[in-house]
Design a protein around this ligand. Structure first.
Ligand code: AMP
Ligand code: GLY
Length: 428
């Protein structure tokens, strides 16, 4: 079969690589892709927002399955558009993607279905939002309602910071229309993790837990980014915590969407805060995480493609879970450009990629690079996701950093403490 992945980042590189390993797959295409993705698949220059162009590409290339990477095309209805032509596509409908594209929708949905999450209120008037914050007498989190590329959330120490965050989102429109409405919620404490399930609208299978590292600097300091590294599994999600996540969150969410007439087909990413073994939802995302996917798929030993295809076609088998096998832990360390998540230089030559990639159990996923006349250059804020597996999280971490140490570009930045928290929990 022929599979088309939509997107161009590190997550999409991992998807292309993983899909390409399936014995059922003859060709993996990626639109718009990148030079790095082109090493593992065939890149086609069609923009991820050009739904008509993508529909034509599917017909022209005889694509059997489309897999959507990023949230924006989902929020804009790419799956509805392609399904109208009878195309099999992995990803939720525009309505179902509101679990991610509207935080108010997600909070109301969780409330309707008794899914544990932080207490919240939603506001369209900045004065009312500010008055509410004053009345809280506790730290709050201010969130732009719509998509803001991971930047629309402010965890506020006091009411003054919260008022500032409300001003920025609602009056200054720092996140555009995404900030026309804000959700203000109780600040949760505990350890974060994310969890992934794939559903066909009715049944679901679970993949694995992972932990992301959002702040740009060691020790979780500095500004939030799209993610500076990840590892999987996440030891904080032990057997009992996993059971609670599945029974209290994943199952009611999948059942709830179906009961509300919007069956959820795709991957459900559950962002969690876990305290004393009790998981609560920080956010739902309606696509794979980046960079968590790089770690999760590098661990996956069984074939991803039958799951994606069955979910797209609404026919996951009842015994699908028993076919899913994960191997040794994996760690992904993101190398980013100097200045990210703010402005950064581009076009700096990258050295040592070949040497790093030759290390055993290492795979380098490209997030923002291009290749010109045989020279790899930086192109994005997040440049590479250097991913390794090993018999323990500690061993995988050491291998990933050994590979990182072989790679050089001017101003290269990476966190040196990816997976440090898991090491504290891992038995020697
Ligand atoms: P989100 O984009 O919703 O995942 O939020 C980004 C980050 O903000 C999360 O990874 C958390 O670290 C933090 N965050 C979001 N909501 C809360 C909350 N209610 N309590 C504490 N931290 C939060
Ligand atoms: N790594 C966080 C996300 O994909 O949203």
């Amino acid at each position: 079969m022929r599979v088309l992945v939509i997107g161009s980042g590190g997550r999409e590189h991992a998807l292309v690589w993983s899909i390409g390993r399936s014995p059922d797959v003859d060709a993996v295409l990626c639109a718009p892709g990148s030079d790095g993705i082109g090493v593992d698949g065939r890149v086609v220059p069609v923009d991820e927002g050009d739904f008509e162009g993508i529909a034509r590409l599917v017909t022209r290339e005889g694509v059997d399955l489309v897999v959507v990477g990023p949230e924006q095309p989902l929020a804009n209805g790419i799956t509805d558009r392609l399904r109208r032509d009878g195309i099999a596509v992995f990803g939720p409908s525009q309505e179902a993607a509101r679990l991610e594209s509207s935080k108010t929708f997600a909070k109301e949905f969780m409330h309707r279905h008794g899914i544990p999450t932080a207490a919240y209120r939603s506001f369209e008037d900045p004065d009312e939002a500010a008055a509410y914050v004053e009345s809280c007498h506790a730290p709050v989190v201010v969130k732009a309602d719509g998509l803001a590329a991971g930047k629309g959330v402010s965890v506020c120490a006091d009411a003054q910071e919260a008022r500032r965050a409300i001003e920025e989102a609602m009056r200054e429109r720092r996140f555009g229309d995404a900030g026309a409405r804000v959700v203000i919620e109780e600040r949760l404490h505990g350890e974060e993790a994310s969890y992934y399930a794939i559903s066909d609208g009715e049944r679901f299978v679970t993949l694995a837990a992972a932990q992301d590292h959002k702040p740009v600097l060691d020790g979780d300091r500095g500004e939030n980014t799209g993610g500076m590294g990840a590892y999987s599994p996440a030891p904080v999600v032990d057997g009992e915590v996993e059971r609670r996540i599945v029974e209290r969150i994943v199952r009611p969410a999948i059942d709830g969407m179906r009961l509300e007439g919007e069956p959820y087909r795709g991957v459900l990413y559950v962002g969690l805060m876990i305290a004393d073994g009790e998981p609560r939802v920080i956010e739902f995302n309606t696509r794979f995480g980046d960079p968590e996917t790089q770690a999760i798929l590098f661990r996956l030993e069984s074939d991803l493609v039958p799951l994606l295809q069955a979910a797209a076609e609404g026919r996951l088998r009842d015994d699908a879970q028993s076919g899913i096998r994960f191997g040794a832990p994996a760690v992904c360390v993101v190398m980013s450009s100097k200045g990210y998540p703010r402005s950064y230089p581009r076009d700096l030559p990258i050295e040592g990629l070949g040497e790093a990639a030759a290390l055993p159990d290492v795979k380098i996923f490209h997030a923002g690079t291009r290749c010109n006349a045989g020279v790899w250059r930086t192109q994005g804020g997040r440049v590479l996701g250097v991913t390794a597996r090993g018999p323990s999280v500690a061993a995988a971490r050491d291998r990933a950093y050994a590979a990182v140490s072989r790679i050089r570009f001017e101003g290269a930045h990476y966190r040196t403490d990816i997976a440090a928290r898991a090491l504290g929990r891992e038995r020697p």
